[in-house]
Design a protein. Structure first.
Length: 255
């Protein structure tokens, strides 16, 4: 069976499904669902785009991709049109529009933090010397890395505790590619019927995996809770050490 065809141009996407044409515009902000029974005909617009004419005269325009992909999509669309059409046309079309994302606050905050960072390093260099400015530069990175490690360790420890409290253990399998090479991941199916993937460098064909039924995306190889806590405690100590060194470097001009 031929795979579902998708036509992509900049931020617009058209998907030819068995019974409908799904259009995604403005990088997913606008989604239009056109049942194929509402389509009278589809044709090139004289350029690179495709015009979809509905049975009531309305027209939807699909930006084309490369010429080969556009022609193949048009051919598949015309072939998929049913013999009997519905004269309701655009009345059958559904349009969903999401609120535009406002990225400027994040960009503004990011630029402000960057300017503050550059300004602080420049001030340290001008008042305390180049050596302190260099230490400050590295210290900012160390502080961010240490903070990220601390947060990651705490989250991971919380997930491990949940796995120990309510985790479900399953047998996961590692498949093979047609050439016989093994996948770099294990797969299993949770109780909801969803297939999950766990990446691992283990060479075994099968392995036990435990996952959280309330958060099926959280999964790991089972291990004793005591050993888990010991490892996370060591990670936390190391992360706090990195964070402390970073903060110490930032404060060095004042010490």
């Amino acid at each position: 069976m031929t795979s579902t065809q998708v036509l992509i141009k900049d931020g617009d996407t058209a998907v030819l499904e068995p019974d409908r044409l799904s259009l995604s515009k403005d990088r997913g902000r606008i989604r239009v669902e056109i049942p194929l029974v509402a389509v009278e005909r589809a044709e090139k617009d004289g350029g690179t785009a495709i015009e979809v004419h509905l049975t009531d005269g309305q027209v939807h325009r699909i930006p084309g991709g490369n010429p080969t992909a556009t022609e193949a999509f048009l051919t598949a669309l015309v072939k998929a049109l049913p013999e009997e059409r519905d004269p309701a046309g655009s009345a059958l079309v559904t349009t969903e529009e999401k609120e535009a994302r406002r990225n400027w606050p994040w960009w503004t905050a990011g630029i402000a933090v960057l300017l503050a960072y550059v300004g602080y390093v420049a001030w340290v260099g001008g008042t305390h010397g180049i050596a302190d400015a260099f230490v400050t530069t590295l210290s900012v990175l160390g502080t961010l890395i240490g903070l990220g490690c601390v947060l990651g360790t705490v989250v991971n420890a919380h997930e491990r505790v949940n796995l120990a409290r309510r985790g479900i253990t399953v047998i996961a399998t590692r498949g093979t590619y047609p050439n016989g090479k093994r996948h770099g991941y294990f797969t299993y199916t949770d109780t909801s019927g969803n297939e999950r993937v766990h990446h691992s460098g283990r060479s075994a064909v099968t392995a036990h995996l435990v996952y959280d039924p309330e958060q099926p995306g959280v999964h790991a190889f089972p291990e004793p809770l005591a050993w888990t806590m010991v490892k996370r405690a060591l990670y936390l100590v190391l992360s706090l050490g990195i964070l402390a060194l970073g903060v110490r470097g930032l404060a060095s001009p004042y010490l």
